[in-house]
Design a protein around this ligand. Structure first.
Ligand code: RP5
Length: 165
C-alpha cells in the first residue's frame, strides 16, 4: 500500500492555536496524517521557505497556513512550492481579521492561495481532505458520509422548528 499523503498545518504564532486546532481535529477525524508547526513569514522566513520547498519530498499533499495581521505566511509558502496551499486568515488584530483576509487572499496571478473565511479552520481541513480524496476513494467515502450527516442534522432541525411553532 502506498503511504498516505500528509497535511501540513503551519501557523504564524502559537497564539493561533485556538483557531487552528479545529482544522487539526477535523483532519484527524478523517484519518489524515497531520504535522503542525509554528513558522512565521516574518520572524522565521528561511524556515518557512525551506519547509515549503521540501514539502513534496517529505510526504505532504496539501499545506494549510494560518496567520493573522499582515498575514503573508500562506503566500510565502505558496511561492516556494507547487503544492496546493490553503490559507486561513486569523482574526487576531484590531481590524477584526480583515487585514489577515486581504493579505492572504489577494495573491498575484501565478501564485494562488485557496483562502477560506476568517477563522475558517474547519473548512480549510475539509478542503484539504477534498483535494486528497481525488486520489483516495476511502477518504472520498468519508466526505460523502459527512455530507449525509450534515443533511440529516439540518432536516432534524427543520422538524424541531416545525413542531415548536
Ligand atoms: C501573525 O501575527 C500570527 O499568525 C498571529 O496571528 C499574529 C500575532 O502573533 P503573536 O504576536 O501573538 O505571536 O504573525
Amino acid at each position: 500500500m502506498t503511504q498516505k499523503l500528509k497535511v501540513a498545518v503551519i501557523m504564524g504564532s502559537d497564539s493561533d492555536i485556538p483557531v487552528v486546532s479545529k482544522a487539526i481535529e477535523r483532519l484527524k477525524s478523517f484519518g489524515i496524517p497531520v504535522e503542525a508547526h509554528v513558522m512565521s513569514a516574518h520572524r522565521t522566513p528561511e524556515r518557512a521557505m525551506a519547509f515549503a520547498a521540501a514539502a513534496y519530498d517529505n510526504g505532504f499533499g496539501v499545506i494549510i497556513a494560518a496567520a493573522g495581521k499582515a498575514a503573508h505566511l500562506a503566500g510565502v509558502l505558496a511561492a516556494n512550492t507547487t503544492m496546493p496551499v490553503i490559507g486561513i486568515p486569523i482574526k487576531s488584530s484590531t481590524l477584526d481579521g480583515l487585514d489577515s483576509l486581504l493579505s492572504t487572499v489577494q495573491m498575484p496571478s501565478g501564485v494562488p492561495v485557496a483562502t477560506v473565511a476568517i477563522d475558517g479552520a474547519e473548512n480549510a481541513a475539509i478542503l484539504a481532505a477534498q483535494i486528497l480524496a481525488l486520489g483516495d476513494p476511502e477518504l472520498g467515502e468519508k466526505l460523502k458520509a459527512m455530507k449525509r450527516e450534515m443533511e440529516a442534522a439540518v432536516i432534524e432541525k427543520d422538524k424541531k422548528l416545525s413542531k415548536s411553532i
